[in-house]
Design a binder for this molecule. Structure first.
Ligand code: CO
Length: 486
């Protein structure tokens, strides 16, 4: 099923002339575990940076007898950049998930991934009608913390703990409750009192979202609200303001009966149904009470921030016009010469609690394309804020090829862009005496397909000018998210 590189504005010839396969090396496997003590530095890495920047992402797309189909399916590798007085070291290690270990032992996919199913005999297929498939624990999406535990997460309730010094896998994080479910977003929220907020989705003839809060010390997910539905949505993150959790139900929906009986990879069971519109589910953190507001159909992965102003909640996320981006991220497509559009627009839904029946209008906050958005979370989440950093797009169809900073108040943006360079998610790190919101640095891992290496880039967050880079003499595959662990 090959798609021609045409967009509505007739950009075919211009886009065709470019070699989009340039970014393809970022979608190949890197199956070597390597360690480099003292990376070559160009420019200066600020000496106040200490601790480590740890990322996760897919790194293995082939097993002996079977390949993975989609960017989301690659087996997770952890990457660590450690800072020490202006010097930087790098090492990586595969996450020893069950999905990875079983895949290596058997040479084929053993646990259902997002878009790749295990090869099954007819007998196994019949059997799997009656035994629900095991959820993957391939923690290739994000690095999060629950208290003192550092975890690699997938979109299932099976986060895996690892040692932040050695990157050794420690095992699954064991919750002390007995909640059961299939989906738990890779991106939780944290409040000032140390609670983690997220939800657990259990598929069934009637599916159920259980919104929970958890004190990491007691490991118990305490459910404060529930919502039932026959057609759950694909959602990758949630929003959180001071008093509310916002679950933005995009109309990319699944009928779990199809999942149980058609025996197709998970993503093939989701369907775009724009007639459903987008439902903004606003849950009170205190009472669990639910208010639903509706707007036009839109899709997104990442909520950016949400905050309250009088009786209004501003919910910011990166919006796509539909969910077709999921199809554009199949490996065959990404490795082809076709353009890849993988960014959206930073947009704001303002939910007026005094007028819950009013249609929600989306406001575009900037005309700059962006994905993998980050803010100065610790200080500004759930509060009025000004700056969003993300991997952006400069050359149409060229995947993620810049690092963008958007001023939410003015819509202005600044960017770092170099030809042949493909940055990953940027992380903001405040300077030790931080006062202004953007007083600090932005770090990102960038693939240089011309030099055939990957570097850790450090930008001044205010100006977005390069301060320095530390070069790893390897082509490292594109990943999703990371954390600065100090
Ligand atoms: Co994400």
């Amino acid at each position: 099923m090959k798609k021609k590189p045409i967009d509505k504005k007739g950009k075919e010839s211009k886009e065709k002339a470019r070699e989009f396969a340039k970014f393809a090396p970022g979608f190949e496997s890197q199956d070597k575990e390597v360690q480099y003590e003292d990376l070559e530095i160009k420019g200066d890495i600020p000496e106040w940076l200490e601790g480590a920047f740890i990322r996760t992402g897919p790194a293995l797309y082939e097993l002996e007898k079977q390949n993975y189909n989609h960017w989301f399916d690659g087996q997770a590798m952890l990457h660590k950049f450690a800072f020490n007085n202006g010097k930087v070291s790098y090492h990586n290690k595969f996450l020893e998930s069950d999905a990875y270990k079983l895949g290596k032992i058997n040479g084929k996919v053993c646990i259902k991934e997002f878009a790749t199913d295990p090869c099954q005999t007819l007998f196994q297929k019949v059997k799997s009608f009656f035994v629900p498939p095991r959820s993957t624990d391939n923690g290739n999406i994000s690095i999060i913390t629950y208290g003192d535990e550092n975890l690699a997460t997938s979109e299932t309730p099976l986060p895996i703990a690892f040692d932040k010094e050695t990157l050794e896998t420690l095992g699954h994080f064991e919750f002390s409750d007995d909640l059961k479910g299939h989906i738990q977003p890779a991106h939780p929220h944290y409040d000032d009192e140390g609670y983690v907020y997220s939800y657990l989705l259990k598929f069934g003839p009637v599916s159920k979202y259980s919104l929970f809060k958890m004190k990491p010390d007691d490991r118990e997910r305490k459910v404060f609200a529930e919502m039932k539905t026959r057609n759950p949505s694909y959602m990758h993150s949630i929003g959180m303001s001071k008093n509310y959790i916002i679950v933005t139900e995009f109309p990319e929906t699944i009928n779990p009966m199809e999942l149980a009986f058609l025996n197709k990879p998970l993503i093939k069971n989701y369907h775009w149904k724009p007639e459903l519109g987008t439902k903004y589910r606003i849950f009170s953190k205190a009472s669990g009470e639910l208010v639903t507001m509706e707007g036009d159909a839109v899709f997104g992965f990442h909520h950016v921030n949400a905050y309250e102003e009088d009786q209004k909640i501003h919910v910011d996320f990166v919006a796509f016009k539909d969910a077709s981006v999921l199809d554009r991220l199949y490996l065959a497509e990404l490795r082809s010469n076709h353009p890849t559009h993988a960014t959206g627009y930073l947009s704001r839904a303002t939910l007026d609690l005094n007028q819950p029946n009013q249609k929600v209008e989306l406001k575009r906050l900037s005309d700059k394309l962006i994905e993998l958005p980050r803010i100065y979370y610790e200080k500004y989440n759930s509060k009025p804020y000004r700056y969003v950093y993300g991997a952006g797009n400069t050359v149409s169809g060229n995947f993620l090829d810049d690092i963008t900073k958007i001023d939410v108040e003015t819509g202005d943006s600044k960017k770092w862009y170099h030809e042949h360079c493909y940055p990953g998610e940027p992380i903001f790190i405040p300077s030790p005496d931080n006062e202004a919101e953007d007083d600090g640095v932005v770090v990102s891992v960038v693939l240089d397909t011309d030099a055939k290496n990957t570097f850790l880039l450090v930008l001044d967050a205010a100006s977005m000018e390069e301060l320095g880079r530390a070069i790893v003499p390897e082509v490292l595959p594109f990943g999703y998210h990371g954390s600065y662990l100090n």
